[in-house]
Design a protein. Sequence first.
Length: 254
Amino acid sequence: MKITIKEHRGIHKLVCKAYGQVAAKSTSCCSGSSCCGPKPAASEGELGLSCGNPVAFSKVKKGMTVLDLGSGAGKDVFIAAPLAGAKGKVIGVDMTPEMLKLAAKNLVKFTARTGLANVEFRKGLIEKLPVKDAEADLVISNCVVNLSPDKPEVFREAFRALKPGGCIVVSDIVLNRELPPALKKHAGLYAACVAGALLRRDYLGAIKDAGFKGIKLLSDNAYRAGGTCSDPITDKAGKALNGAASSITVFAKK
């Protein structure tokens, strides 16, 4: 069902607020590998808000231009940048001011530690990427597409941003069955990538409809509601979430 412009803006506002608060706190208790909420930071100021590890599957090579959709504080950007090397480039796109501010602080530390100057963060929506046509060799995203109110448009934009022959590797949450109506409207679960998730067939279909070929499922893990250390986002959902969703990583080529 197509949502209105007002609903689009409402979802963007919800996500900005939720992840702005996460950036401000710079802490979390979420530890599950298939949890889409915040995970403990590897170092001060670094947040991994994720449900997978797209960089590990991406085979980033020297000289590549990598585009990270919903880059947050920059965790995956900073993993990819040394792999791309001095002649490569990694661009992170995020719409949350607090996350971009944290990413900028992390960039200073990253540059001082590595000597690399190949990272750039841009403010923008993943449904309307602030990049030129065919600017990237590789597009990655870590549990962010499901936060978008228009997921098919995200994949169309990723396709536009890629060079011919370029690839996309995305980790995300997909539904194995429809959620109860009450959970679909749960704001906290939307911010946790669950309530806004597409059914598996619809998610993969959106990638195909955007023009991508050679779609492959690289990982597939059941989402567990338990073990979230009293995470207020998922605790209220309880057993209704168990088995209802999976964390997947998908590869596709332009």
